[in-house]
Ligand binder design. Structure first.
Ligand code: SF4
Length: 309
């Protein structure tokens, strides 16, 4: 049910607004980030990921170096085992190991860059260029009358970008069959994307509602343009199980995280309202295995904290 419709409009692109800070929310009442300055990149590579990458590069390097060094002679003196020849084998081995490990990524990124150049030279391509109608309203069921909802409609089909948005922005729920993607932001704001419609819930005023629409429109276009470089994700955070998370906490109910029990912490973690860093015991050496398993479990569902959305 709707009432108090504010801006039935057909304008696009939407006007930019400089003030889009929330009133704050979540644990500790921290201010939510401005949507246009919120990070949109993939997760940073962990220290463990770097260690694994270095180890596999080293193994490949040793293999290539060994093969080359054992079957070649120095190009200058013609003798096997010469230090100059060994140095050359090290350079060639290192280069081959690097190409083996990252060659496909380099080709893929290069292809993405070339495609972008072609699209730009043709005048650019935007998946969602024009919003046909943006209706902002106050929900009848909201007795506090402190939040606004809005619906934007358009002709373009934005569903092809959903798996990439899900990967980059950490979708809360992705229904691939019906092509619906739900993004949860901090302070109770939600953005639900359908093929021809975007619903925004929980904006505090018209300016924020329009700024959120402008932000998600820019994310849709920017991420779709970079899709060749992104691994699409079809799972979502909603698949996380509280009990699975609980099993990977220290289960001491020490309250150091600010929650009364590990169960309460696990439930909040699933919602993205807290993070692994907020459980100090988890960072003790004796819980390292649990922590690593928990990190892997969360990442396998594209988990991210609400204030990073
Ligand atoms: S700090 Fe960790 S161990 Fe302590 S109650 Fe919170 S989740 Fe449980």
């Amino acid at each position: 049910m709707m009432e108090e419709i504010f801006t039935p409009s057909g304008t696009s692109p939407l006007e930019a607004h400089s003030d889009c800070h929330s009133h704050g929310g979540g644990k500790g009442g921290e201010a939510a980030p401005h949507p246009e300055t919120a990070p949109s990149g993939s997760r940073r590579k962990t220290g463990r990921g770097l260690w694994v990458a270095s180890k596999s590069w080293l193994l490949r390097f040793l293999a290539f170096f060994g093969i080359y060094a054992s079957s070649s002679v120095c190009p200058f003196c013609g003798s096997p085992g010469c230090p100059v020849g060994a140095g050359g084998a090290a350079v060639i081995g290192g280069t081959l190991a690097f190409l083996w490990q990252y060659g496909l990524d380099i080709i893929k990124k290069g292809r993405g860059v070339i495609l972008r150049i072609i699209e730009t030279s043709k005048g650019g391509f935007m998946l969602l260029q024009k919003i046909d109608h943006h209706e902002i309203f106050r929900p009848k069921c909201d007795s506090t009358k402190e939040v606004l909802h809005s619906i934007a409609r358009f002709e373009a089909d934005i569903s092809p970008v959903f798996p990439y948005l899900n990967a980059e922005l950490g979708g809360w729920d992705y229904d691939q069959k019906n092509q619906v993607l739900l993004l949860k932001l901090s302070a109770g704001k939600w953005i639900t994307l359908h093929a021809h419609e975007i619903a925004i819930r929980g904006a505090r005023d018209i300016e924020e509602s329009e700024a959120l629409l402008k932000w998600i429109q820019s994310q849709i276009n920017e991420i779709y343009e970079r899709r060749e470089e992104i691994v699409p994700r079809y799972t979502s955070q909603a698949g996380l199980k509280v009990m699975e998370i609980l099993k990977l906490t220290p289960m001491t109910n020490c309250k150091a995280c600010g929650y009364a029990t590990c169960m309460a912490y696990a439930a909040a973690l699933r919602e993205g309202e807290t993070s692994i860093q907020d459980c100090p015991p988890l960072w003790e050496e004796k819980y390292r295995e649990k922590r690593e398993k928990l990190q892997a479990y969360l990442e396998s569902y594209g988990w991210r904290a609400l204030d990073a959305a």
